[in-house]
Unconditional design. Sequence first.
Length: 220
Amino acid sequence: MDKIKKSHLVMGEVPELKFKINEKIASSLKESLAGKLKNSYCEEDLYFEKLRNDKPSYTYYTMGASLMIRKHGRQHLLVYKEPRMLARGIIKVREEVRVPFSSKNRMRSLLKRLGVRPPKYISFESVLDALSKSYKPMGYVIKERDVYVPSEDMKVMIDRLVFTDSLFHKFSYNNPLQVMEIRGQIDKIYAMKEKLNIKDNILVKNNYRLLIEAGLHDNT
């Protein structure tokens, strides 16, 4: 069985910047970060929207919270991201909680935090059924990610994304949405942005859940 990486167990605030990039910028970034590639992987995220009186919650939508079931390798995790806060200008900071389905007590705690009654027995099917009482599946984000580590406390990720409403639909990476994400200490995020010569006009302001809701499969 695949091991869950330590980063998938972390609970805490995550400062980040995301930028929409094209193939030319992606190639330039990879050249600038040559020798710093740490790993590459694929993930499937099933996003949910919160229901209130059987309708999507406007507050949940506008505040930018995100809830998803993530498939990483052969493991499934429940991932919750608090509404974003801005820190020092354009940098987003928000708490992110990732709980593997094998961590039954932590899963129960997260479900209670989400206002969901935990099932007696924790399994993928029982958690999905419990979530369906308060949340509605929105769609999938299929992600290919390259992770670069320029320094010990800094990560730069280059993602290739496809949005789909069903994993049974055919999709390809021929024309993906490409996003670069910088994570680390706030001062170092700005320094890395300047070093890589990334401009503010390609900043991604919405999270992927909002992009799904808006139907922006080809644009941000």
